[in-house]
Design a protein around this ligand. Structure first.
Ligand code: PLP
Length: 411
């Protein structure tokens, strides 16, 4: 047990301790971690870090009263993103601490919207494809909403007809992912938009992982479907800056087709010695650095910069996909539509392969249904590709005939 320290420790000693402690961490800089960290190029990282540090102390909770610079930067980040996501007039959004908070706020707005239209506090539900992110269940737990998870179609996309069968008058939200995290593919969002329109139900598009990559993938000619506020049934959309926006953590965005839906999330409290307290997000104190970092990276890259990153990224993704396909017995569960790969092994236990990869120093990404390995790639993974694929081929041979010792899929 670590006791509260009696005396202080110098930075020199603390820094040494960091070096020692991180020595045992997975080597993410060398591309050995298939999720959690993102990278475009060194310049982007440096600009994000410098901008973050420049606003290290400022608190965005005070942006309205004390830090007009942060207020303006946040408004500009939101405005740039509304443009990117084809928002109609009257749409609005704000920055949050991450996808989970963006999703929480979308679910809350959807619930308030439903209550405003239908009144009452009867049992509410939301309808998700089975691949929807657990943040929806977390939000539902807090807000006492029943979650109806609907099995995917055989193509691992949302089964819109099956979802339609369980949507009812108490459904506050239906979900489509752009793309889903497990399989890296887009749900049929145009069909979900039509379902939302015909039933008068709120459609949320979870573009947390894909939001800041998909428009640039399309711009360079990759086949990606429509996913954003151009689809008329989309009421809200979440997109994480700290994933393929390549901005410092914690930073996400959430958007609403109608500003009045966003306003339903405003929390104002006056009965307090300090007077009025108003927030639009879950959090109170918010790091100014995350806003400055996002603003700086979006401005540094611009459309042309993100398109160049996308070209580099997809050249690498295609290389990984081809390398995996070239290993006898391995097969992708779905054609990758962005930068997430998910594959299985027809001739044995893929989890046994994952264990052999762990022995070779790679943190394995896994899916449990269907059983597979999983990788969300960014430019950290570029230099590691040949080594990874060679180790994967040898791991497959080593795993032949053996069952896994007990590794389980875990985010
Ligand atoms: C990452 C992710 C989230 C949650 O985002 P956090 O920033 O981890 O809270 C939600 N949905 C999808 C599809 C994601 O990939």
């Amino acid at each position: 047990m670590t006791a509260f320290p009696e005396h202080g420790t110098s930075w020199a000693d603390l820094s040494q301790e960091f070096d020692t402690a991180t020595g045992a961490d997975a080597d993410w800089r060398a591309g050995r971690v298939p999720l959690y960290v993102f990278h475009a190029n060194d310049t982007v990282s440096e600009i994000g870090r410098n901008a973050y540090n420049r606003f290290f102390s400022e608190n965005a909770l005070g942006a309205r009263r004390a830090f007009g610079s942060l207020k303006r930067m946040e408004e500009e980040v939101v405005a740039m993103a509304l443009d990117l996501f084809n928002a109609p007039d009257g749409a609005a959004g704000h920055m949050t601490s991450g996808g989970s908070e963006s999703i929480f706020l979308a679910v809350k707005a959807a619930r308030e919207h439903h209550r405003a239209r239908h009144g009452g506090r009867t049992a509410l539900n939301m309808v998700l494809p089975a691949s929807g992110h657990p943040a929806f269940d977390k939000a539902a737990q807090v807000m006492d909403i029943e979650v109806r998870r609907v099995p995917l179609g055989s193509d691992l996309r949302a089964d819109v007809e099956a979802m339609a069968r369980v949507v009812d008058g108490q459904t506050v939200l239906i979900l489509g992912s752009a793309p889903c995290f497990p399989h890296g593919i887009f749900d049929p969002l145009a069909a979900l938009s039509a379902l939302a329109a015909s039933t008068g139900t709120w459609l949320h598009v979870d573009a947390c992982v894909g939001g800041y990559l998909t428009p640039f993938a399309r711009a360079i000619g990759r086949p990606v479907p429509e996913f954003d506020l151009a689809l008329p049934g989309v009421a809200s959309l979440s997109a994480d800056l700290h994933k393929y926006g390549f901005t410092p953590k914690p930073a996400s965005t959430v958007f609403f087709r109608r500003i009045e839906d966003m306003e339903r999330n405003a929390f104002a409290f006056d009965d307090w010695p300090n007077g009025n307290y108003l927030t639009r997000t879950m959090t109170g104190t918010r790091p100014g650095g995350a806003i400055a970092g996002a603003w700086a990276v979006l401005r540094h890259l611009g459309r042309s910069g993100y398109e160049q990153v996308a070209r580099d990224l997809f050249a690498m993704v295609d290389g990984y996909a081809a390398g995996i396909r070239a290993i006898p017995g391995l097969a992708l569960h779905a054609e990758p539509e962005l930068a997430i790969l998910n594959w299985g092994w027809e001739e044995g236990d893929i989890f046994a392969v994952a264990e052999r990869m762990a022995e070779r120093g790679w943190v394995p990404g896994l899916t449990q249904r269907p059983k597979g390995m999983h990788a969300m790639l960014s430019m950290l993974h570029a230099p590691a590709r040949e080594r990874y694929l060679a180790d994967l081929a040898s791991a497959v041979e080593a795993a032949r005939g053996s069952a896994s010792a007990g590794i389980s899929a875990s985010y």
